[in-house]
Design a protein around this ligand. Sequence first.
Ligand SMILES: [Zn+2]
Length: 511
Amino acid sequence: MTRTIVIAATPTPNGDLHVGHMAGPYLAGDVYARYLRADGRPVTYATCTDDSQSYMVSTARARGTTPGELCRTSTGQIGRSVEAMGISLAQLPPVDDVYRRTVLDFVTALHRQGRFETRTVRMPYAENAGTYLFDGLVKGECPSCLAESCGGSCEGCGRPNHFDDLIGPRSVLDPADPVTSREATVLVLPMENYREELTAYYEARRDVWRRHGAQLVREILAGPLPEIPITVPSPGWGIDAPFAETPGQILYPWIEAMPASVYATWRAAGEPEGPVDALWRAGSGNRLVYFHGFDNVYFWGMLDLVMLLAHGDRYITPDANVCNEFYELENEKFSTSRGHLIRGADLVAEVPRDLVRFYLALTCPEDQRANFTREGLDKVAERRLRAPWNALADRIDALVTDPGEELPVTGEGRRRAAVMVERFRLCYDLPSFSLTRAADGIVTQLGRLLEAERAETGDLLLEVRTLLACAAPILIDVAAEAETRGVKLTLETGAETVTSFLLPRLPGSAR
Ligand SMILES: [Zn+2]
């Protein structure tokens, strides 16, 4: 049976994941994976920490620690936050020798096949430190939108910049360090060589990409395509490039994302015998879906896709990149460096997890920027979810005198339940996947069922049980409680009878 491999963007372990991250790829990927599992479709949901990123070096410097120590503490925090939010990712795999071998096998195969070319490029160079600057080590003006940007890609417009593209570059490690431009000979993979495959790939997924991501891809395709750095001069952190042409260089961190995901999939699958990349092979019959932010469209949607395409027909390519926009906190950007953030673990310590997951699902930034407020969470989760949910539980309590009793269901009851499932399938399946519409669907159905008059109690109970099953990917704790009470959460709606049950209540916040 086709296995869906769901990959959430690989988090850089230079800090914990905050609510903005959770409301982006991690919760969406979780809900999608939970839905597939509930629907009886095999799924592996995995990610891997992105340890080699240059941001490890810049953040460690800012915090007065080492990249290695920062990596250890942050990886632990990320793992705990993921668990606290009930994100059903496989355990974060260790970035170990098997990881490095998977990365090296992936790139040396391309090197052997002559996919890379040497280029002498100009790069920003910090004179006092004596280091070349790229990605998180450098800031300047984005050549495409003039906003302040790091190297690699611009967080604002999403367009890439490599080598000497940034205007007025300065060192992030030491802004007083004079930055000049020096030549470096690196390996590149010219994206232009894959224009035809890329164009066909996006054309086939026109209806899958959300509008903003699709627009960015079109913008980039409209001009000359960038050359992907395969190696860059080492900042003293990263995986040493094994190529004779580029001594003293590391692999460009972003090109690790695909082998990292291959490796994480293999770990999540229980380390099956055979090649580590077997589950990603074109002949595996598996399908691939990514969840990531708009700021990763260039990397995950283009650069890493080209890394797969460069292997010829060896690998599957993603069916979809489900992209989110930025989530703001009290109308300001989440900022780890300024401490303007809420950690998921802290939030679920105060507010029951189902309420947090519901609010994040309802307000997450799918097509445009969205805003988290603590006041909004308290108000919306109470009024739209908890109060009507518990009122429905009261109603069921009054109707069900003998839980466990088999009650008849009419054709009309089955029809209504089937309509509900179809609505939720549209929210959970691709290409129409939408967490906000799924959360809103819970609200709509709750309001309806509170008022619904049914001749047969069985009909009402089938509808309520169907709502519970459809809400289960978001409201994980109340669904688990219902299951421990013996309620069978199924998306099947064709049964002649329903076993009567009491609806578990949603707890309120501590404060
Ligand atoms: Zn820009």
